[in-house]
Every structure is written in structure tokens, then in C-alpha cells.
Ligand binder design. Structure first.
Ligand code: HEC
Length: 96
């Protein structure tokens, strides 16, 4: 009995350590942001992305194109990695 619960605990630990964490998302992936972060992404987008050109239309590019666009525009807008993710997730959420 003891052996079984120890094994179960080990499996739980292994699974937990394999679960990707949102904070270590690294390169832009599928939407992982909460509704609150997406709302923040919208605010950042509206404030930061209309400075140099007209505010872009999220539906004008595919989500794959947006990965590349955000990779070149986030440094221009001086976004942090988190803000970059939130703005990207906002853009993708508009398209759905
Ligand atoms: C410092 C100025 C600056 C800021 C801030 C900026 N952009 Fe741009 N953006 C440009 C310039 C310059 C171009 C055109 C040249 C190029 O593609 O690099 C451009 C082009 C674009 C394009 C057209 C790309 C294409 O392939 O058709 C999109 C879409 C875009 N920006 C989105 C954004 C978004 C989203 C943000 C906010 C995260 C942003 N931009 C912030 C300067 C800026």
C-alpha cells in the first residue's frame, strides 16, 4: 500500500514538472494569456502601435504573420517579453 502511494506521488511530481508554465513561455506560442492580460494587451496595442503608423488591423494578417510582425515591432515599441505576448494574444483574440 505504502509503495503504491509513493509511486503515485512520484508520477504526480513528474507530471507537474513537465507542465509548461505560462511565465516561462519563451518564444511566442498559442494564446496562453488570461482575459485580464489580453485586455492589457489591447491597451498596450492601442497606445504603442499607432505611434509610428496607423493602428494596424489585426484581421489584415494571419496569426503566423503576426508572429513575425510582432518580432520586428515589439522592439520598436519597446515592449517587454510579457507585453509582447499580451499584445500578440490580444491580436489573435480579435481574429477569432
Ligand atoms: C518606432 C516606430 C514603430 C512602432 C512603435 C511600431 N511600428 Fe509597426 N512599423 C514601423 C515601420 C517603420 C514599419 C514599416 C517598415 C517595416 O516593416 O519595418 C512598420 C510596419 C508595421 C506593419 C506592416 C508590416 C507588414 O509586413 O505589412 C505592421 C502590421 C505593424 N508595423 C504593426 C505594429 C504593431 C502591432 C506595433 C505595436 C507592437 C507597432 N507596429 C509599433 C514602425 C513602428
Amino acid at each position: 500500500m505504502k509503495k503504491i502511494s509513493a509511486a503515485a506521488l512520484l508520477i504526480c511530481l513528474l507530471m507537474a514538472s513537465c507542465t509548461p508554465k505560462a511565465s516561462t513561455a519563451g518564444p511566442i506560442g498559442p494564446a496562453v494569456s488570461t482575459a485580464e492580460q489580453i485586455a492589457q494587451g489591447k491597451t498596450i496595442f492601442e497606445n504603442a502601435c499607432g505611434r509610428c503608423h496607423k493602428l494596424p488591423d489585426p484581421t489584415a494578417h494571419t496569426s503566423v504573420q503576426w508572429v513575425g510582425i510582432m518580432n520586428s515591432m515589439a522592439p520598436k515599441a519597446k515592449l517587454t517579453d510579457e507585453q509582447h505576448q499580451w499584445v500578440y494574444d490580444y491580436i489573435v483574440s480579435v481574429k477569432k
